[in-house]
Design a protein around this ligand. Sequence first.
Ligand SMILES: Cc1cc2nc3c(=O)[nH]c(=O)nc-3n(C[C@H](O)[C@H](O)[C@H](O)COP(=O)(O)OP(=O)(O)OC[C@H]3O[C@@H](n4cnc5c(N)ncnc54)[C@H](O)[C@@H]3O)c2cc1C
Length: 454
Amino acid sequence: MTDLLNSLTRAVHGVVRSDAAEILRVDHDASHLTGHALAVVAPRDPDDVVALVRWAREHGVPLVPRGAGTSLDGESVPMAGGVVVDLSGWNRVMEILEDERLARVGPGTVNRDLQAALAPHGLFFPPNPGSWTVSTIGGHVGTNASGPRSFRYGPTRSWVRSLEAVLGTGERVGWGGRAAKRAVGPDLLSLFVGSEGTLGITTEVTVRLAPLPAIREALVVDLPDGGPLAPVAAALARARGTGLAAVEYLDRACAAELAGPQGFDHRRDGPLLLLEIEAEDLTEARARRERVGEVLRRVGVVTEPTVYDDADVLWTLRGRAGVALDERLGHRIREDVAVPLAAIDPLVVELERISALEHVPLYLFGHLGEGNLHPNYAVDPESSSGLRVRAAVLAASSALGGTISAEHGIGAIKAPFLEREIGTPGVEVLRALKRVCDPDGILNPGKLYPSPRE
Ligand SMILES: Cc1cc2nc3c(=O)[nH]c(=O)nc-3n(C[C@H](O)[C@H](O)[C@H](O)COP(=O)(O)OP(=O)(O)OC[C@H]3O[C@@H](n4cnc5c(N)ncnc54)[C@H](O)[C@@H]3O)c2cc1C
């Protein structure tokens, strides 16, 4: 082992660490899984990444790329051991091209830092996962992350113009480019987004940007207890043109957690809708708020909303409620399914049935406007009951024409379920791609692809 570490230290210029504190840090992400890393390397530059990949191929050692390690399905956990490639030091905005609305960034750029750099230019990067204060653009590309604002703007995939990466072969590639359009066959860039560090290590990303709205306000609205959700979601989806950027749902149990954080002005014991409205001035904001109110009244939601002038205040409070849920429930089943809007209520019925059958409490929240729900079950994910709950939730979503992952990714936890969603030919296509990009299978093994025949 010492010889291996010594040869690693000789092969790269970046810092190599293998002390217990550092290993403990990278052996986890936000899932319940634990890995067993041999070492952590912080490469110095793309050439150093090439040297690291060559070393890993020569010694048959897995490499696990890592940004902030906030993945929820074990995407960044070194399950097969090996070396964690820590890109968090590559937190740099290299260039902002205002006219083209592009920014060239290092993969370790934290979403919040990027937004801070863009704000003086009147621009922003739309994807905003709940983890945006710490998670990185490289991680967003890895998982095709999205967040509340994907209701209006879509996921990370829609906002990547180009990237540079080192494949598992050690070759450097650049996919996409500054041109706003290209029609050059299947989109390699798009295939790379969401590949969870299994094809290559991203060394640079050029992201697209949107103009920052002058006003981003948030509304908190009471929902009738037990009322149908699909008509609300469908009515608001039809009203997308009214500056509506986010349509979020919290069931009664989750809303109770939100009631805790200081600064939350809306008090009621029941499910809530959280909306974000964008506008260019106060008059437009008021008009849009009234229009959204009308839309809601037509589907039976009649209560007056509480208005937050700065949407980020509400999202921060919601983030704190999430932390409270983490503390209350600890490791749990936290799923990320999405169904067609018309299937939302049958899905909720099924989720509640699973909760009753297994005698495990359900906490439900999510991006209602996109039919994307996050059922959280207070059960040990590795227990037999936890395993049954996960399988039943994923099966329910698939049966309703939905997906097993809307935004969090597949990781190690859902790899066994991938084939059911994309079929055997789909898995074979991904495997063929993997064989070309990473012939020795050193990049993030055990993730995304079903493991038995990897
Ligand atoms: C509280 C909380 C809220 C969250 N909310 C959301 C949400 O609303 N929406 C959502 O989509 N997700 C959400 N997530 C999940 C997670 O934050 C996102 O997937 C995020 O994009 C991960 O970023 P990261 O920097 O932590 O990446 P990591 O966890 O470090 O890595 C994610 C994946 O990308 C790969 N990767 C990272 N960097 C590179 C690189 N340079 N090259 C190649 N591969 C790389 C890793 O190997 C891994 O497979 C949430 C997580 C938490 C803990």
